[in-house]
Design a protein around this ligand. Structure first.
Ligand SMILES: C[S@@+](CC[C@H](N)C(=O)[O-])C[C@H]1O[C@@H](n2cnc3c(N)ncnc32)[C@H](O)[C@@H]1O
Length: 321
């Protein structure tokens, strides 16, 4: 019997249906689940739509963000701690929290947050990326993280379940970022925290220029990209270059647009990075809503950090009780 699969029975109360492990098989509502390479349950029951299928295939090849060649749990932990955002998440999230990472890719953040006693669910539609994460999880004996194949538009979790829901760099690769956001809010507990990271409509201007160039010079575009040049591992650099400059689908958003989404879905605004950029104080502490004029947002085009990070912002809130 695969004890690793048996573990999934213990998350039954988080799922919206009945999960059972019988005769070496996992069933969900009495339907047998496919297992990716015998290890990761897939909750995809209907055919994926064309766009989601394209993204699934793309990230099957491009395993993002991927690990450095020498990574083990200690180095994963060190990296998590050396990044101010993930360090703050770890410091501020209760140890017993139930966490959903939607679009976990190769699972680094899920595994990092699994420290302590958090129960972490890493969900993605890419077999290739999930397998990389699951291998790392097994090799490093992390027993409280669960990788699953699920589509954000068909989540199999109970409503009002998670203490913290995070989706970093994902919603803009889906067919409808706004709708996907609603699905995330639905599964977050009232009073629970939610963070989404999206491409910035203006901050991504220079990346769009590089994308146009990449159509001519292909992956050699890395020569013109500082961030790529800093990445030592070939696999990691390849993942970054392909993800940033050759992605089949991305949409662009503004912080003021997402602040409206928050209002419409009953999510209280807490923080916006960049803009309320005082990362040294708690990230889940409520800030004053920045007043974002159009010109203010357009100026992000010339923000050095935005250019290096590919034009990205993270907005954080709390679902109202
Ligand atoms: C750019 S990667 C981000 C990975 C990770 N969150 C990070 O910050 O490095 C985007 C991920 O979103 C996943 N994704 C795209 N569409 C999805 C969907 N409809 N449901 C679930 N995951 C999806 C992709 O498979 C991919 O792994």
């Amino acid at each position: 019997m695969d004890q690793e699969l048996l573990r999934y029975e213990s998350i039954n109360n988080t799922l919206s249906g009945d999960l059972e492990f019988k005769s070496e098989k996992l069933t969900f509502n009495n339907n047998q689940l496919d297992l990716i390479e015998g290890t990761i349950p897939s909750f995809i029951v209907n055919n994926l739509d064309e766009l989601t299928k394209d993204m699934s295939n793309f990230y099957n090849e491009v395993k993002f963000p991927n690990y450095d060649d020498f990574d083990d749990y200690a180095s994963l932990y060190d990296k998590g701690m050396s990044n101010l955002f993930t360090q703050r998440l770890d410091r501020e999230l209760n140890y017993a929290s139930k966490v959903l990472e939607l679009g976990c890719g190769t699972g680094q953040l899920s595994l990092f947050l699994a420290r302590g006693n958090r129960q972490v669910y890493g969900v993605d539609i890419s077999n290739g990326s999930l397998l990389v994460g699951e291998k790392f999880r097994r090799d490093n004996k992390v027993s409280n993280a669960y990788f699953m194949k699920m589509d954000v538009f068909d989540l199999k979790f109970k409503q009002n379940t998670f203490d913290f829901t995070i989706s970093n760099g994902v919603l803009h690769h889906t067919k409808d970022a706004r709708k996907a956001f609603k699905h995330l809010v639905d599964v977050t507990k009232p009073g629970g925290l939610i963070a989404i990271g999206l491409y910035h409509k203006y901050g991504r201007f220079f990346t769009r220029v590089k994308q146009a160039l990449a159509k001519i010079i292909g992956k050699n575009i890395f020569i013109l990209d500082r961030t790529s040049l800093k990445i030592k591992s070939n696999d990691k650099r390849n993942a970054w270059v392909t993800d940033q400059f050759m992605n089949p689908h991305e949409t662009l958003h503004t912080p003021s647009e997402t602040m409206r989404w928050f209002e419409e879905e009953g999510v209280e605004f807490l923080n916006l990075i960049p803009h309320c950029d005082d990362i040294d104080i708690p990230i889940f502490k409520r800030r004053q809503k920045p007043s974002l004029s159009k010109i203010n947002e357009i100026l992000m085009m010339f923000n050095r950090k935005q250019i290096q990070e590919g034009g990205f912002f993270v907005i954080i809130g709390r679902k109202k009780k």
